[in-house]
Design a protein around this ligand. Structure first.
Ligand code: PDD
Length: 276
């Protein structure tokens, strides 16, 4: 499949990244995952805002003009030959002999374009299971950093237990999923974790917030305790690639009626309208 590295389009299998690359050696960079529906990137501006914010937060001198950067993304989409795809963007502190101190070199920009990696329709219909896992990540999770080791370990653990996601908790309240935000519904009201340094400000989360406002649903940002999660009527997770995904079981606890609930369904329908 098509990819991009520092000024040229390549095949994603081409060996283009040298050993002394800081993304590779230190995870010293930031990234985004953007979904393209019918050749149109969904909420591209919001993703780019977050990418530039993340870069700035780690003092990564990513100075490329937004317009020229956006033009490369569009070229990549065109060259992929796909209508529906996921674009991965990564900016790192560049290529320099390994040394913890910031190098004096240009940043590296890489991109890949891949067909949608969708959750199987059957699972989407039935709803997923999740485990609970202590949030062992650092204190700056609002940055979309390449360092994902705690996320990977927790998600793998979930997978090995037949679950789709690990819902992370800190101080008795849920923060987010390993690669998603978490919402709960109780008495027709929608709740999710407030934005802070401890979670990523999800773009899908933002879309759900907008949809909820349009649908006159009460949306409240609050710390949801593990007890409240267990007692929820409905639970769902959101991310660019899983969109709005119902969760019907957390650990041993069946959520609500054990199937995707009516408000989750309503939000899913409205999300599909936005993306099509
Ligand atoms: N993950 N929280 C974390 C920790 C995430 O990694 C993600 C996204 C989200 C949801 O953000 P958004 O709605 O903007 O996709 C929340 C991406 C998809 C990934 O790592 O693949």
């Amino acid at each position: 499949s098509i990819a991009y590295f520092n000024g040229r389009f390549v095949d994603s299998d081409d060996p283009v990244v040298p050993i002394d690359e800081r993304g590779h050696q230190f995870g010293d960079g930031v990234y985004e995952v953007i979904r393209i529906y019918n050749k149109k990137p969904f909420m591209l501006d919001e993703h780019l805002d977050r990418l530039y914010m993340s870069a700035e937060a780690i003092a990564l001198p990513f100075r490329q003009e937004r317009e020229s950067f956006q033009a490369i993304i569009h070229q990549l989409i065109e060259k992929s030959g796909l209508d529906n795809l996921d674009v991965y963007l990564q900016i790192t502190r560049g290529m320099a002999p390994r040394n913890h101190l910031f190098p004096d070199c240009p940043v590296s920009v890489s991109m890949t374009a891949k067909p949608f990696r969708s959750i199987p329709a059957e699972l989407r219909e039935k709803g997923a299971k999740a485990i609970l896992h202590p949030d062992e990540r650092w204190a700056n999770c609002y940055i979309k950093s390449l360092n994902l080791l705690p996320n990977i370990l927790a998600k793998q653990k979930a997978h090995e237990q037949g679950c789709l996601e690990a819902i992370l908790f800190r101080d008795g309240s849920i923060t987010e999923g390993t690669s998603s935000n978490v919402f709960v519904i109780k008495d027709t009201r929608l709740y999710t974790t407030p934005l802070s340094r401890h979670i990523l400000a999800g773009i899908t989360r933002m879309a759900v917030q907008q949809i909820a406002a349009e649908a006159a649903l009460t949306f409240t940002e609050k710390h949801v305790t593990l007890e409240e999660l267990a007692e929820a009527d409905e639970v769902f997770i959101t991310s660019t690639t899983s969109e709005i995904m119902p969760v019907v079981q957390v650990e041993e606890k069946i959520i609500g009626a054990g199937q995707p609930g009516p408000i989750t369904r309503l939000l899913q329908e409205k999300y599909t309208v936005r993306t099509s």
